[in-house]
Ligand binder design. Structure first.
Ligand code: MD6
Ligand code: FE
Length: 209
């Protein structure tokens, strides 16, 4: 385990090869029901270079109207599949947060895909960390502080690595500069999958207030 900066914890290779293979197999079954699609940027409508889907009661979506969480897939109109139990257990073990994640965002990177510096701030609950699992090809992850334009550090994420963002880093800017194509044979068709588990609503929120 390594603390990269206050609130950013990396567990290199936390998932072994068997766990990674089982997880990828389960994800591809769920993606038949909730296919990967290419979201678009707010306002400009420019397509993302990554493809996305989600699992759980709320999925993260982006289109010309903005970023938000939605209970159904934007193209199928169906509820998202449940988050795999293995990821629910991983959330409990690594975050010890007293409420379950509500969204597992799936990002799929083919060789030219990247993700610009961003904050994860569409959640109502910033007390909960975000937990991220990397599968497949290596990627160069960039992390900075809470202000855009500050110093950043770069770390290589490999298949099976688990990263947690919370506390003082919950709103840190971060992104993926690029992946390193061909460094893994785990993901069918190549590339990288990243799963981010998020708590979206406040843990003591009750329907109707
Ligand atoms: C990625 N990850 O690794 C993108 N967000 O492909 C994220 O955007 C991310 O890894 C919040 C917390 C951890 C992350
Ligand atoms: Fe993020």
């Amino acid at each position: 385990m390594a603390t990269l900066q206050p609130g950013v914890v990396l567990w290199p290779g936390l998932l072994d090869a068997a766990a990674q293979a089982a997880l990828v197999a389960e994800i591809f079954v769920l993606l038949k029901d909730a296919p990967l699609y290419r979201p678009t940027m707010p306002r400009s409508g420019k397509p993302f270079s990554v493809e996305e889907s989600s699992f759980g009661p709320l999925g993260w979506v982006s289109d010309v109207k903005g970023y938000r969480y939605a209970p159904v897939h934007p193209f199928t109109g169906k509820p998202w599949p449940a988050i795999p139990q293995m990821l629910m257990d991983l959330w409990d073990a690594q975050t010890r947060y007293p409420a379950p994640p509500e969204c597992c965002l799936v990002n799929h990177y083919s060789e030219d895909a990247k993700m610009g510096l961003h904050q994860d701030r569409d959640e109502a609950d910033f007390d909960a960390p975000v937990l991220s699992v990397s599968l497949g090809d290596d990627a160069f992850f960039r992390i900075g502080g809470e202000a855009r334009g500050g110093n950043t550090a770069r770390v290589k994420l490999a298949s099976g690595d688990v990263l947690m963002f919370g506390g003082p880093a919950r709103l840190a800017f971060h992104g993926i500069d690029r992946i390193v194509p061909g460094t893994s044979r785990l993901v069918p068709g190549g590339g990288r999958l990243n799963l981010t588990l998020r708590r979206v609503t406040k843990k003591d929120a009750r329907p109707g207030g």
